[in-house]
Design a protein around this ligand. Structure first.
Ligand code: URP
Ligand code: ZN
Ligand code: ZN
Ligand code: ZN
Length: 477
């Protein structure tokens, strides 16, 4: 039987190798890699162009319920469309438990939001915000076994944060059942104390968001998260690491044999606190995220830690909020104090092109490292590898063919439903010329060819970044 598609003369890059090959695709999977493959029903000449595995965005927020009137601009339709046009073929957004609600109802609600809308494949992380005995003893173990094998815990934000005892409880369950734990590490009490002082002094413009979250707030919580994880012998992944102080803590933890993984995001390479405003203008609201972007020397620390192996994954942390327009100046149309500006910036489509341009073509990281950070490692961390995250026989044919060309980024080029990109005006040196999802061309460099509902839900299996340390899974118990 002929191949459905042969991608010819590709420069194939994986996390470990770069080689010239034709890629034979059948039934949505990679069926053969080799030179001079027989003709396929369809042929695409990749003539020496670099082909990488489709991106796995292990941290993004789509249609996540917010306290009204705030709402996310992207749902699973626009969010996964935008992802695909930027070379991402798998997204893992969050099903967030509401305090007082069950974890299962959050998962059910989130499936309803994704169903029939996603253009590319998706899995869910859980957010555990209320670890009641029922959650710890029944819901969480059952959900981990059913394919929701990663969860995020928050040390800040009133509606999500856990205290140290609760974090220990959840991590212990995660260890027993072989899950991956992501931790948002910022000291909530320090932030609240600083915020109240800033507010009392009338300092409520967006730029003061950064003043309320200095690096020590992240440093302390990062260290505490590692200590809690050490106590229960559970690997963790510290999300959205912003700069030197948290990086130093993670280096310390690694040097002491702790199983601590780390994630960073484009905002910590390409933005700084000045993007929140150098005066009290409201424009800076568009760059409010937590932890806040730091400065040029911290950007360099993040680049170094990407290159030298400290970071395990590079995610977007896409959190789509409009600054102008119907979703309002966050919220309601007026300029609100920084405390009430929803945290997070868009970036699901620009994640790969920014890192490919500035990291790979800029000579800061290798092509192999790019693949590892953006695709292979997130797939392993969240139990999706080797179906996702690599170019290998039997893996899904999720592929990106890169176009190396220089242009200036503008928000009108993007496919999200957000009214801005913080990266407008930047010069990029590459963009996906082709994105394939399970062998189907969903983006051809100019036009989107997806179809709402073609994206499939993926069950997250066991994380495979490290050997398992719990007893084998037996299913829900
Ligand atoms: O500011 C951020 N990062 N917002 C998104 C939510 C989160 O904490 O990741
Ligand atoms: Zn977070
Ligand atoms: Zn996030
Ligand atoms: Zn179990």
């Amino acid at each position: 039987r002929p191949f459905d598609l042969v991608l010819r003369h590709a420069r194939v890059a994986t996390a470990s190798d770069v080689f010239d090959a034709d890629i034979g695709i059948r039934d949505g999977r990679i069926a053969m890699l080799g030179r001079g493959l027989p003709a396929g029903l369809r042929e695409i000449d990749a003539a020496g162009r670099t082909v990488t595995p489709g991106g796995v965005d292990g941290h993004c927020h789509l249609d996540q319920p917010m306290a009204p009137p705030v709402r996310m601009a992207d749902d699973f339709d626009t969010g996964t469309r935008s992802a695909a046009c930027g070379g991402t073929t798998t997204v893992i957004p969050f099903a967030a438990q509401v305090k007082g609600g069950s974890l299962q109802s959050a998962v059910d609600d989130y499936h309803r939001r994704a169903e029939g809308r996603a253009h590319i494949d998706y899995a869910f992380h859980l957010i555990v915000s209320d670890p009641t005995p029922t959650v710890l003893q029944q819901e969480l173990p059952a959900l981990i076994a059913a394919g929701y094998s990663s969860f995020k815990l928050y040390m800040t934000y009133d509606d999500l944060k856990l205290d140290d005892g609760q974090i220990l409880d959840v991590l212990a369950v995660g260890r027993q059942h072989g899950a991956m734990a992501m931790i948002h590490a910022e000291n909530a009490d320090c932030i609240e104390w600083l915020t109240q002082r800033l507010e009392a002094a009338g300092r409520t413009a967006p730029r003061f968001h950064a003043h309320a979250r200095p690096m020590l707030v992240e440093r302390e919580a990062t260290h505490r998260a590692m200590a809690l994880a050490e106590l229960v012998d559970m690997p963790i992944l510290i999300v959205h690491v912003s700069g030197r102080e948290a990086v130093e803590q993670i280096r310390w933890g690694r040097a002491h044999g702790l199983q601590v993984h780390a994630e960073t995001c484009p905002q910590y390479l390409f933005l700084s606190a000045e993007d929140l405003g150098i005066d009290d203008s409201y424009q800076g609201a568009r760059c409010v995220c937590s932890p806040p972007p730091r400065d040029a020397s911290n950007q360099q620390v993040i680049w170094n830690a990407l290159a030298d192996g400290l970071f395990t994954v590079f995610s977007s942390d896409h959190a789509p909020f409009n600054v102008d327009g119907p979703n309002g100046k966050k919220p309601g149309g007026e300029e609100v104090p920084f405390r009430h500006i929803p945290n997070g910036i868009p970036g699901i489509e620009t994640r790969l092109p920014l890192l490919y341009s500035e990291g790979v073509l800029g000579g800061r990281i290798t092509l192999n490292r790019f693949v590892e950070l953006t695709s292979t490692n997130p797939a392993k961390a969240y139990g999706l590898h080797p179906r996702k995250g690599t170019i290998a026989i039997g893996s899904d044919a999720d592929l990106v063919v890169w176009d190396e060309r220089t242009f200036t980024l503008d928000n009108t080029m993007l496919h999200h439903a957000v009214d801005h990109t913080p990266y407008a005006g930047r010069t990029l040196r590459a963009w996906p010329g082709l994105t394939l999802s399970r062998g189907e061309v969903v983006w051809d460099g100019t036009t989107f060819h997806g179809r709402a509902g073609r994206g499939e839900f993926l069950r997250g299996g066991e994380p495979t970044l490290a050997p398992r340390r719990h007893s084998p899974r037996t299913g829900p118990d």
